[in-house]
Design a protein around this ligand. Structure first.
Ligand code: ADP
Ligand code: MG
Length: 226
């Protein structure tokens, strides 16, 4: 099953609105979490139980916000030239602890010196969300491979995993806000990634087979304005 992912205008506006709200809400949440954590050692019985519930819900909220905002600043786009090879190397390093904890072999094969001109934070957010899903879909002893190559008009990034894969129906829902198959999923990560790649005039394609794994191909023009 191979499908190029599209999204509609309504979703784009929704996504932008949600991203700016997330940005505003993040700091006060961090403060609330900090105070609840300080209360932990001093509470017992029912209060201790309530604290754990509150902290758990805060963590869920944080997960939603991280899918939006791990790197990206909403709206304020900063277009610059940077090395895509270095960026992917950095993102790989970020995921090393998570991959190692899950017994997943994460490796990258990156053609060096690929420079690109676009919004660095947004692109990194998109790649982060896609790679995170790949690592999450892959069982212990599985592999995630990142591949970067330069072509005439565009750079190509392939994120390949041999994890659980998706059905045809699931692939068709990729890019739809709030589609998730995970117990604590947000269904935001891919919707945002698709929106970002398309805003850069890029193309994102998912190929997936249940039980065999998923291959995500991202093509981004070298000169793009988000
Ligand atoms: P979340 O990760 O919070 O569920 P996402 O928008 O990031 O939300 O992903 C939506 C859904 O797409 C996931 O729940 C999963 O079912 C599916 N998905 C995305 N990437 C992969 C992948 N590499 N392998 C298998 N399923 C995937
Ligand atoms: Mg995700």
């Amino acid at each position: 099953m191979k499908q190029e992912i599209q999204h509609n205008e309504k979703m784009k506006t929704l996504g932008q609105l949600a991203a700016s709200i997330a940005h505003e809400v993040r700091n006060p949440l961090t403060v609330v979490k900090g105070f609840l954590q300080m209360m932990r050692p001093h509470e017992q019985g029912k209060n201790a139980q309530y604290l754990e519930i509150a902290l758990g819900e805060l963590e869920r909220t944080e997960a939603i916000i991280n899918d939006y905002l791990y790197f990206a600043k909403p709206k304020l786009t900063k277009i610059e030239s940077f090395s895509l090879s270095d960026m992917l190397q950095n993102v790989t390093t970020l995921f090393m602890p998570m991959a190692t904890n899950n017994g997943v072999l994460l490796s990258s094969n990156l053609q060096g010196d690929i420079m690109i001109h676009t919004d660095r934070g947004q692109l990194q957010q998109a790649l982060f969300n896609i790679i995170k899903n790949a690592v999450e879909a892959t069982p212990s002893d599985g592999e995630v491979l990142l591949h970067l190559t330069g072509h005439d008009q565009h750079a190509q990034i392939v994120v390949m995993d041999n994890g659980k894969g998706m059905t045809k129906e699931q692939v068709s829902r990729i890019g739809t806000l709030f589609f998730t198959t995970k117990e604590v999923g947000t269904g935001i990560g891919t919707a945002l990634a698709v929106r970002i790649i398309q805003s850069m005039n890029g193309v994102i394609t998912y190929e997936s087979e249940p039980g065999a794994g998923t291959k995500v191909t991202i093509k981004v023009p070298y000169q793009v304005v988000a």
